[in-house]
Design a protein around this ligand. Structure first.
Ligand SMILES: [Zn+2]
Length: 181
């Protein structure tokens, strides 16, 4: 679970959605929720999911199908927030599906049920590029901070893009705009 990485993707998606203003804030909150919600499945065991259940960690909630459905649902309920619903759904789908795909790149934990409900196979990528983040209170440990520091470095481009001050990331005026001044 590269937790900071998922948040970085959500923040970057929010920046992509709108230049600034309240709509960007709302979009950022929604995209961040879409990029992180699959890890709610860490609660599944406490809620009664037993051995072999697809609702256990990195199961159905981490699938591409669930991610796409969640993104479409958000776009249908919330609308486009100043953009088209299609753009909202597509950006949300990228944010949500990135979660399961990134988790396949982590070095520990269970594989990801990317293809649920069509297959219950748990997938690991051939390369383990990301450290598996400790879950819950164990995040506040030496290992947790090590993982956090690694994620800051790996996801720096997304964080810089998302958090760079307004007015700096803007396309330079076109020749037509310049001549109109
Ligand atoms: Zn996850």
């Amino acid at each position: 679970m590269p937790s900071l990485g998922h948040v970085a993707i959500g923040l970057a998606a929010g920046r992509f959605h709108a230049e600034d203003g309240r709509r960007r804030l709302v979009a950022t909150a929604l995209y961040t929720a879409l990029a992180t919600f699959p890890d709610l499945d860490v609660l599944a065991r406490r809620l009664g999911a037993g051995h072999g259940s697809p609702w256990l960690h990195r199961g159905a909630l981490h699938s591409l199908t669930f991610a796409a459905c969640a993104a479409v649902l958000v776009a249908l309920i919330v609308g486009g927030l100043g953009r088209s619903r299609l753009r909202m759904a597509l950006t949300g789908a990228v944010a949500a599906t990135s979660h399961g795909l990134l988790d396949t790149l982590t070095g520990g934990g269970a594989g990801v049920m990317l293809l649920w409900p069509f297959s219950a196979a748990r997938t690991h990528a051939a390369w383990t590029l990301l450290p598996a983040s400790p879950i819950g209170a164990r995040l506040l440990s030496h290992r947790g901070f090590e993982v956090l520091a690694t994620e800051v470095i790996l996801f720096l481009p997304f964080l810089v893009y998302a958090l760079w001050p307004d007015g700096v990331i803007r396309a330079s005026p076109s020749a037509a705009e310049r001549s109109a001044r």
